[in-house]
Design a protein. Structure first.
Lengths: 168, 105
């Protein structure tokens, strides 16, 4: 009986503050990538460790041939409050992207390539998802040099340790 | 806000220990806040960052973003995090006697 009672005390293993975050980036649109970068940078600014794990179309953010060409999703994006057929007009995505980038520059949010460099230099670790890399037939040479490694989901969890995982 | 004693000087600080009135700041206070926040010795590089933060705040009324800190202070981002591992902008603001930066970047 005594033995049973001894184990009823709740154990407090979690620290009171967040010490590490691992952020999964699964979308390749501008609005899919920025929140993850802002959150990773914000974590480092608070002294919190951060990992970024790029998977599926999120890989576009770290692909040499694509990371400078990230666009706002203008089709199937109700947040834009324009008719779907307008979003599909050639050049509309580029226009919406330019407008949004101008607004971001005003509040000192860097373009994606510069932002990736910034978070990397801040100590954020960048990883590419192995399953997606294999699926798209990519190799390490397809990625910008800030990418540390191509890792499996298991390795991602291992690196995450006791941290929080955020899916974007 | 509470009144506290840092380096033998009475100063007003917020709940996180940031000075609420930058005019109450001096070099001794900077050194004392630095020591209490894991920076035992303020090097010239530390001082450069702290001074940049402070001057920018006094000129514009807001602390610079980490982006402009890295671009314009003369200390690159990597080194900023080596100097202030627990967050350069936040810690340099604290040591520089200005309010906690409010921006997300």
């Amino acid at each position: 009986m005594n033995e049973l009672l001894e184990h009823t005390e709740p154990r407090i293993d979690q620290p009171a503050t967040i010490e590490k975050v691992a952020i999964v980036v699964s979308k390749g649109s501008l609005e899919g990538i920025y929140p993850a970068l802002i959150m990773a940078n914000g974590a480092r600014m608070e002294g919190i460790d951060a990992d970024l794990f790029f998977t599926f179309f999120g890989l576009d953010a770290i692909r040499k041939d694509r990371h400078e060409k990230i666009k706002v999703a203008t089709v199937g994006n109700p947040g834009l409050h324009t008719a779907t057929w307008i979003g599909a007009i050639p050049g509309f995505a580029a226009l919406a992207t330019r407008m949004m980038q101008r607004q971001m520059e005003k509040i000192d949010i860097p373009p994606i390539p510069e932002f990736i460099e910034l978070v990397h230099d801040s100590g954020v670790h960048l990883y590419a998802c192995k399953a997606t890399v294999d699926m798209f037939g990519l190799t390490v040479d397809d990625f910008i040099p800030q990418v540390e490694d191509i890792i499996s989901v298991g390795e991602f969890y291992e690196k995450g340790g006791a941290g929080q995982i955020i899916f974007t | 806000m509470t009144l506290t004693l840092i380096a033998d000087a009475p100063v007003e600080v917020d709940s996180e220990g940031f000075l609420t009135d930058p005019r109450q700041w001096n070099e001794q206070i900077a050194a004392a806040i630095a020591t209490a926040n894991g920076v035992p010795e303020l090097s010239d590089r530390h001082r450069l960052v702290v001074r940049f933060m402070r001057e920018r705040y006094l000129q514009t009324g807001t602390a610079p973003s980490i982006r402009s800190l890295g671009k314009e202070s003369g200390v690159p981002i990597k080194e900023l995090y080596q100097l202030f591992p627990k967050g350069p902008a936040k810690l340099a603001a604290k040591i520089g006697g200005i309010p906690k930066p409010k921006g997300c970047i």
